[in-house]
Design a protein around this ligand. Structure first.
Ligand code: GDP
Ligand code: MN
Length: 433
């Protein structure tokens, strides 16, 4: 089983409902490189791309870019106004003070300011360091030598899921309004697909340069930057590498003024130095907790918490809940052989969602013994006290003994999944199960 952040919906199929001729539109299956996972279509979990990835800060992205010969402004990060002042002094020029938070549109939100001297730099850094941008606190600012910007270009690489290839995108209309450009005048964005085996070819960078009317004198540097961006994208297992804006300065130089990278979570095991860069401020506490315990967890919109061992069983559980008119609050696979500690962590995570009105445990005892799971659940319930009704369906190895333990602990037990789902839906509606 793979986690939420590893998805690549190459194939999408609808689940056939056992009691209906037609397909069940509530759920979709996503088949990805490492496994299968379900998603509630009412929530576009996987189409934003960002939710399946770890975001890097601008300064981190730009440090990576620099290693690939992409020109970036001189500068460093600061955590205090004094540090910002010191950096501005060292740079000896006008500087930009830039909030390092994992949100877009910092400029428009007031998180980017130009300072003419070190005192101004200190003042602005002090201001920005007390700000919250879109709910996230600013803990660091990047102090960069200010660029004299003549032209702002957009340059980015991401995966084109439809084409099943990476795509290089560029636009002469770069800068803070690129989303608007993409929406209203998409023809202003030039794209070339990259063959993953051949990699980005230099002639392709010239096609793009021509496509955005980049003056010819910049083509060589533009190629170097685009090829560097491609190598960074590949080497870092990125799902997005973006420079917006890539500017032409008054001195006629190309310079990457902003940088953004998203790293595929599924690759972090082989990217330890990138994994260390994770900024927990930007993540939901439930997801951090789930990752810590090795749980595959996806939050959904419904009110029935699900705790299941096995991904396929978890999908079936969600599907059956839908079938009986309920809505799952989450996808959660506790994995095989989960002990009390893991069960307790999973329960804490499920119950941390205020929408949850009932919890459905669906456990199949294979190698995992039912009585052990039951003891784990009871231990977890002793630790995580809750008034939320809990329905348990337990089958397989040592299931009877397990059910006895659970019934003694005053939990609602069920023998079949259908019965369990009906009871959970009733319990969530406040009815008697
Ligand atoms: P974003 O708003 O989060 O995308 O942050 P950016 O780093 O892209 O900055 C937003 C805008 O601020 C850019 O599009 C530029 O117009 C402006 N800006 C950023 N850095 C500089 C700089 O060094 N000099 C000047 N003059 N403008 C800058
Ligand atoms: Mn930007």
């Amino acid at each position: 089983m793979v986690g939420q952040r590893t998805l690549d919906p190459y194939v999408e199929v609808r689940i056939l409902c056992p009691q209906h001729e037609e397909t069940q539109p509530g759920l979709r299956l996503f088949v990805c490189s490492g496994g299968i996972i379900a998603a509630d279509v009412s929530q576009p979990l996987f189409f934003e791309g960002e939710r399946t990835c770890m975001k890097l800060h601008e300064y981190q992205s730009k440090q990576i870019f620099a290693r690939y010969n992409i020109p970036i402004p001189r500068g460093r990060v600061a955590a205090t106004a004094d540090e910002a002042k010191q950096i501005a002094k060292e740079l000896g020029s006008r500087v930009v003070i830039k909030a390092q938070v994992l949100v877009g549109g910092r400029g428009k939100a007031g998180g980017i300011r130009l300072a003419r001297n070190p005192d101004e730099a200190a003042e602005m850094a002090a201001q920005i360091l007390t700000m919250e941008l879109k709910g996230l606190p600013v803990r660091k600012v990047l102090v960069d030598e200010a660029a004299n910007i003549e032209t702002e270009i957009y340059l980015g690489i991401t995966n084109d899921r439809q084409a099943r290839k990476p795509v290089l995108m560029a636009s002469a209309a770069g800068g803070v309004d690129i989303e608007e450009v993409a929406r209203t005048t998409p023809e202003k964005i030039v794209k070339v697909h990259i063959d993953p085996l051949l990699g980005l070819r230099e002639y392709q960078t010239r096609d793009v340069a021509a496509g955005i009317d980049l003056p010819r004198e910049h083509w060589r540097t533009f190629a170097q930057i685009a090829l560097g961006l491609w190598r960074a994208y590949v080497d870092c297992d990125a799902t997005l590498a973006e420079i917006n804006p890539l500017v032409i300065t008054a001195e006629n130089q190309l310079l990457a003024v902003d940088g953004k990278m998203l790293i595929d979570d599924n690759a972090l095991f082989r990217q330890p130095s990138l994994a260390e860069m994770r900024d927990l401020d930007a993540e939901a506490p439930a997801e951090i907790e789930a990752r810590r315990y090795g749980l595959s967890f996806i939050k959904l919109d419904g009110d029935i918490g699900c705790m299941v061992n096995g991904a396929g069983l978890a999908m079936t559980t969600m599907d059956i809940i839908k079938l009986f008119g309920g809505a799952p609050a989450n996808f959660l696979d506790i994995g095989g052989g989960a002990g009390a500690e893991k069960v307790a962590a999973a329960l804490r995570i499920i119950l941390s969602d205020p929408n949850v009105k009932a919890v459905l445990f669906n456990i199949f005892g294979g190698i995992t013994r039912g009585d052990e799971v039951a003891r784990g659940i009871v231990a977890a319930l002793n630790e995580v006290k809750s008034e939320v009704p809990m329905v348990i369906r337990l089958v397989g190895t040592h299931a009877e003994e397990g059910r006895r333990i659970l019934a003694d602990a005053h939990m609602i037990t069920a023998e079949t999944l259908v019965e369990a789902a009906q009871k959970a839906v009733a319990a969530a509606r406040g009815g008697v199960a």
